[in-house]
Design a protein around this ligand. Sequence first.
Ligand SMILES: NC(=O)c1ccc[n+]([C@@H]2O[C@H](COP(=O)([O-])OP(=O)(O)OC[C@H]3O[C@@H](n4cnc5c(N)ncnc54)[C@H](O)[C@@H]3O)[C@@H](O)[C@H]2O)c1
Length: 446
Amino acid sequence: MKVTFFGIGYVGLVQATVFAEVGHEVVCVDIDEDKIARLNEGFIPIYEPGLEGMVRSNHTAGRLKFTNSMADGVAHGELLFIAVGTPPDEDGSADLKYILDVARSIGRHLTQPSIIVNKSTVPVGTADLVRAEIAAELQERGLNDIAFDVVSNPEFLKEGSAVADCTRPDRIVIGTNNPKTAAIMRELYAPFNRNHEKIILMDVRSAELTKYAANGMLATKISFMNEIAAIAEEVGADIESVRQGIGSDPRIGYHFIYAGAGYGGSCFPKDVRALIHTAANVNIDAQILKAVESRNKSQKQVLFQKIIQYFDDNIRGKVFAVWGLSFKPNTDDMREAPSRDLLEALWENGAVAQVYDPQAMDEAQRIYGSRDDFILCGTKEAALKNADALVVMTDWRVFKAPDFDVIKQMLKQPLIFDGRNLYEPDRLAQRGVTYVSIGRQVVPIC
Ligand SMILES: NC(=O)c1ccc[n+]([C@@H]2O[C@H](COP(=O)([O-])OP(=O)(O)OC[C@H]3O[C@@H](n4cnc5c(N)ncnc54)[C@H](O)[C@@H]3O)[C@@H](O)[C@H]2O)c1
C-alpha cells in the first residue's frame, strides 16, 4: 500500500521503516531539511537497535523515500500518517501546532480520497480538529467533494526496543467508526496481525484516550514504587525485596515496578500533564495523576539530596563520575531525563561532572557541550578518574556488572550513588564500597 508519514522522529522513522520492510511503499516527509538530507545520505538521526540497517536496505530498495515536500507526500499516500511531536504547552496541555500545521498542508495539497491516520499522542477531540482544518483548506480550494477520513491509531512503541515493538506489536489500536476505513487499516496492518488478533477496534475518542491512559497507568506504577521506596528507607525495609514480593502477584506483575531516579523521556511527563489538563477541561480534578507528577518531580531530586547530604551540604569543586545520560537504556534520547536534573543540581552547587553514556554523548554535547564543568569521557572507566564518587543514572547493560576493583582504584574514595539499584548492597559493603541507592539501607563498610 502507499503510505506517507509526516514527522520523521522516533515514532515516524521507526514505524515508516517497519511498514517499508513488509513491502509497503513509504514516503517520509519532515520539515527539518538537514534531517532529510542526512537520511538521504544514509545517516540515521536517532539510535534505536536494529534501525540503521533496516532504513538503509529499504531506502536502497526504493520502498522508503525521504523528502521535505508536503505536496509530494500528500500526492503519494492513500494513507497519510501524522507522527509529529505534541510537546507540552506552557500550561501543560498538549501543543497541537505541529499536528494542525500538517493537517493544513494536507488540505492544501489533497487531490484524491485519503485516510489521515493520527499516530501522534493527542488529546481527545484532536481528530475532529484535524478534520476541520483539512475541510477548511479544501473548501478554500473549492474541492469540498474530496472524501477523506481521520483515524486515531496511537503508537505504543518503547524507545530502546522500538523496531521490535513495531515489528511485533502487542496491540494495534484503531479508532474509527467507519467500517470501510477499518478494513483498509486492517489490510495495512495485516503483516503484523498474523499470529493472533492484535487489532483493537474502537471509536476515535476512546483510541485517543487509550494512549494517555496507558502512559498514565505506567507512570503511576513507577511513582507508586518510588513512594514505597521512600517509606522503605525510613522503616528499615528493602524496596528490592518488596518489589519481588508484590511482583509475584499476577494481578500486579513484575513489569514497571522498579524504584529509581524518577521517570523521564518525551512521553510520560508530558502525557501525564496533558491528561491532567484534559481532565480539568471537563471539570475533573485528576487527583491520582497530580500525585504521580508531583512524586516524580521530587523523585528526580532524591539522589542529589543523598549526595549533598553525604558531603555535608558542600560539593563545591567536587568531581562526580556520571554513568548514563539517556532517560532509559538503548536510546540516545535525553528529553526530561533524570540525569539532567542531577547534572543541573550538581552544577548549581559548584560540582563538576565527568560523564559517560554508550549512545547519548552527541546529544549531551548538543545540550551542554559549552560548559567547562561538563566533561565528556570516551569510556566509563575514564569518567571515574579522580572523581569523588560514581553516580549511576541509567541502567545500561554495560553498567550492570562493572569491575569494582577498577572503580575503587580510579575514584578518590570508594563511593557509589545508584539511581537504578543495579548492585547488591551487601556485596559492595564486603568490597569496601560505600553504596547509596534508592529505597534500601546503606550497609556500613565491614
Ligand atoms: N518517542 C516515543 O517513544 C513515542 C512513543 C509513542 C508515541 N509517541 C508520540 O508520537 C509523537 C511523535 O513523537 P516523536 O518522539 O517521534 O517526536 P520527535 O520530536 O522525535 O519527531 C517529530 C518530528 O516531526 C517533525 N515535524 C514537525 N512539524 C512537522 C510538519 N509540519 N511536517 C512534517 N514534519 C514535522 C519534526 O521535525 C521532527 O522530526 C508524539 O505525539 C509522541 O508523544 C512517542
